[in-house]
Write a protein that binds this ligand. Structure first.
Ligand code: SDX
Length: 431
């Protein structure tokens, strides 16, 4: 239980109510308003949750002003440089970095679950070949509930651990299968002798008629992309997973709900939208035209990959993603990639523009991720699928934390009602 550190007093409707204030280990205090309605008869009003802490958590911390992102207290910069994605998965799920024995055991458990039930491969043939991969992922991951729901007691920690391992292990296989199906290529079985990122690139691009070992520089780049996208506090898709899980829904259904939410262009869909925007701009000479549109209140156009609800200085992931972009393009001899040059110029111009400075709009994680994924050979429509593959561990860690919280209740917000007051149904003739 959190300790009260102060008291907030509210006077309203001639009544005075007091509310406990709690302090976290770092970050803003919270005012506990759970008794507000009982004491004042009023709700708070906070659409978009601009000022609302929906839960307690020990997993990820963001300081938007400092541009700081910590996974279990470790700075993202150090994790991206010193660890691999499997270490980060272990950290997010268990709270501490693994030692060698724990790392080897964790890797071995994940590798034993990389295959999917053979019946699941039949799901793909129900989709059109040109179905958007995110539509396929929502359907197939939701379908995992049909294979495991009956062997899952979410109150049993071991059952929860097996479900977590299954989801972490199977997401690359499911995402790669969506790409192979879309391209008319045969599914590739996972290779348990390859690391996580290498195995994914293998399942994506291998040709069953010959040996294929992905370029280790590209595997490392993908592994870092996965680390950068692994978790991010109570973002929209994580909140969706938590809300779904609060009803007792099984983790496979909850992750499918998270994938659906992540698909939106204001959220994880921004990387796909950003690359489409760069391709539409096409040339540095047209950057000014689009900056003007982004500033025009009468134009719904937004500069995709820019802005963030929390980061009001810079997104530390965008800086690391730009470095990874450089590495991959140099490795592939694409350092003169016109889109990358366009993105660098667009970032420079935007960051010098009064509007972007005043509104504190900086590149976010999605701004460069599309360019580097395109260089890796990943099709634009699959970018958000890669984001979902990476974020699965974050969703699972947050779901697990929620289920394990003795104070957890079903999420059920209220509303400010603006509709008709109580009235009688008129006879049809009188309408
Ligand atoms: C992700 O929450 C997370 O942590 C998400 C994420 C994660 O890891 O889970 O970080 C991943 O979703 C990153 C964000 C990717 N989305 C985009 O790049 C889409 C473009 N960005 C915007 O849609 C917007 O910036 C949001 C959705 C990211 C943030 O929206 P907010 O916090 O609700 O801010 P807002 O829309 O109210 O914007 C504040 C002002 C507005 O102008 P005013 O109404 O005050 O005049 O800034 C403007 C906006 O019009 N603005 C932009 C802009 N983003 C905000 N103007 C032009 N271009 C933009 N990109």
């Amino acid at each position: 239980m959190t300790q009260k550190t102060a008291t907030a007093t509210m006077s309203f409707n001639g009544k005075t109510a007091e509310f406990p204030v709690y302090s976290g280990s770092i970050g803003p205090d919270v005012i506990d308003i759970t008794k507000l309605y009982a004491q004042t008869g009023a709700f708070t009003y906070d659409p978009g949750f601009m000022s609302t802490a929906a839960c307690k958590s020990s997993i990820t911390y963001i300081d938007g002003d400092k541009g700081e992102l910590l996974y279990r207290g470790y700075p993202i910069e150090q994790l991206a440089q010193q660890c691999d994605f499997m270490e980060v998965c272990y950290l997010l799920k268990n709270g501490e970095l693994p030692n060698k024995a724990q790392y080897d055991d964790w890797n071995s458990r994940v590798r034993k679950h990389t295959m999917v039930h053979d019946q699941l491969t039949k799901f793909y043939s129900g989709f059109r070949r040109d179905a958007h991969p995110m539509a396929v992922l929502v359907g197939v991951v939701g379908g995992l509930s049909a294979f495991y729901h009956d062997s899952l007691d979410i109150t049993n920690p071991e059952h929860r651990m097996v479900a977590a391992i299954r989801l972490i292990a199977k997401m690359p296989t499911i995402v790669a299968m969506a790409y192979r199906y879309n391209s008319g290529l045969p599914f590739m079985y996972p290779r348990n002798d390859y690391d996580y990122a290498t195995n994914f690139l293998y399942m994506m691009f291998a040709n069953p008629c010959e040996e294929f070992k992905p370029n280790p520089v590209l595997s490392r780049a993908l592994d870092r992309i996965l680390i950068l996208h692994a978790d991010h506090e109570q973002n929209a898709s994580t909140s969706t997973v938590r809300l779904s899980g609060s009803s007792g829904a099984n983790p496979f259904a909850c992750i499918a709900a998270g994938i659906a939410c992540l698909w939106g262009p204001a959220h994880g869909g921004a990387n796909e939208a950003c690359l489409q925007m760069l391709e539409e701009i096409g040339d540095v000479s047209r950057v000014g035209e689009y900056i003007k549109r982004a500033k025009d209140k009468n134009d719904s156009f937004k500069l995709m990959g820019f802005g963030h609800r929390v980061y009001k200085n810079f997104d530390p992931r965008a800086k690391l993603m730009r470095e990874t972009c450089h590495e991959v393009l140099n490795e592939l001899g694409l350092h003169n990639d016109p889109l990358f040059k366009l993105a660098i110029e667009l970032e420079r111009i935007a960051l010098e523009d009064e509007y972007f400075i005043e509104k504190k709009l900086y590149p976010n994680v999605d701004f460069y991720s599309g360019i580097v994924q395109r260089a890796l050979g990943i099709p634009t429509k699959l970018f958000t699928g890669i984001f979902a593959m990476a974020r699965t561990i974050g969703w699972i860690a947050q779901w697990h934390e929620m289920i394990g919280d003795p104070e957890q209740k079903i999420g059920r917000p209220r509303q400010l009602y603006l509709g008709a007051a109580n009235r009688n149904v008129p006879d049809m003739k009188a309408r």
